[in-house]
Design a protein around this ligand. Sequence first.
Ligand SMILES: Cc1cc2nc3c(=O)[nH]c(=O)nc-3n(C[C@H](O)[C@H](O)[C@H](O)COP(=O)(O)OP(=O)(O)OC[C@H]3O[C@@H](n4cnc5c(N)ncnc54)[C@H](O)[C@@H]3O)c2cc1C
Length: 482
Amino acid sequence: MAVFRSMIARKFSSATVQSLRVCVVGSGPAGFYTAEKMLKAHKGAEVDIIDRLPTPFGLVRSGVAPDHPETKIVTNQFSRVAHNERCSFFGNVSLGSSISLHELRQIYNVVVLAYGAESDRVLGIPGEDLKGVHSAREFVWWYNGHPDFSKLTLDLESTDTAVVLGQGNVALDVARILLRPPTELAITDIASHALAALRTSSIRKVYLVGRRGPVQAACTAKELREILAIKDLYINIKEADLLKTSADEEEMKNNRIRKRVFELLSKASSSGAPHPSSGQRELHFTFFRKPDKFLESDDRSGHVAGLQFEKTTLEGRDGSGNQIAVGTGQHEDLNCGLVLKSIGYKSTPVNGLPFNHSKGVVPNIRGRVLSSDLAQPEDGLYVCGWLKRGPTGIIATNLYDAEETVASISEDLEKGELTSTSSSTKAGREGLLQLLESRKVQVVTFSDWEKIDSEEKRLGSLKGKPREKLTTWKDLLEVTTK
Ligand SMILES: Cc1cc2nc3c(=O)[nH]c(=O)nc-3n(C[C@H](O)[C@H](O)[C@H](O)COP(=O)(O)OP(=O)(O)OC[C@H]3O[C@@H](n4cnc5c(N)ncnc54)[C@H](O)[C@@H]3O)c2cc1C
């Protein structure tokens, strides 16, 4: 607490010369890009980034696959932002439990919500709660050492077959982690509990299942190429599924990525061996199948034993000009002991936040949060990233998104809407820290995070890994007190 008080004193003296107090909630790409742009555009701004985790960087740490280290280099840029003297990171501070939205808005001139999407879309079909059925988010958090999911009980030994529902990049990530030789994963920053489980995994076959056809597969060519290149992997794609209709041709004409993905799938279908060799790992692309229900095991009560699918065909158009899948009334079962649903992440609201439940986003115009009746923007409240536009896009998409949100803040500032009258005397950082101290919240600063970072790198170097992630709340918080 002494460190805590000295920080308040130090920050208070510098804060008094600042005029704009900004709080960004969430330290993922959207949060860091927003902070960077705010600091650049407003020399008088003091920006505090809070995150519910003791670690920064959001899905760059807990989403991006361990075998994609190059994608994580962006954290160097985010660290430079955190080192800016007008910026602070406060981890282990959760909006909604450590502090309310109402309180944050009292303390800061500007609050930007960038807390991502930490829940899942559900299928709403029978058996979804059976053991062995997980969301891709849970599985990804588990292998990436997210402290909320390090204790996930994931049985990879009682079955040789996993079904991944969905064919986007996240689906490809989870299928790749299941199929890639563990020796190749051992030199990544994968969590050690996940590596141990993958080493003893019995899973040999992975089915990637989509409602629509190969022309509509939602992945990108780079991710597809990577999974197709896994060593000694048998790939199965039914030739009949690759027959294109004129509507498919038109979809491909309008979308280069789809065309490239289709070409890669066609090539993989024709170039592989006709049958798997004994013990070979298998990847099956299964198209035109809609899950109807999860099937319960006869001998392991409460556990999934398979899925019933309805075959589909493509018809008509949705609003975006794409064909939609409709059921044919024909059904088919597929046996498996593990299902990973990769059908989309979902944001959740906090108390007092207008929220569009059907779209799973905060209603906004160019980042300005709209009141619940959508009549007007909420004073000083903004949104960015997945919470603003839904769970799509790559890391860089959040940069453009942050530009838009910061442009709206700048316009409102120019109109004098954020710092005029009594609102200019907001308590900002010192107000936040006093409140958190009174609630005995153990705040994790950026230099505390750097202690975690150093310890993880030290532990990793002992095993030939870039880092060995600390995966429990206790271990993470303990290191910061050393
Ligand atoms: C599995 C997966 C793999 C991906 N791989 C890639 C890739 O290889 N390349 C690529 O370019 N993009 C990738 N993406 C996309 C990229 O990660 C996202 O575009 C990006 O992370 C979204 O940024 P965000 O800041 O909106 O959300 P997030 O990154 O999720 O950040 C949200 C932050 O808010 C915090 N938070 C949540 N709730 C609270 C709360 N109540 N109070 C305080 N803080 C809170 C979270 O702890 C988190 O740090 C991947 C996404 C997923 C899901």
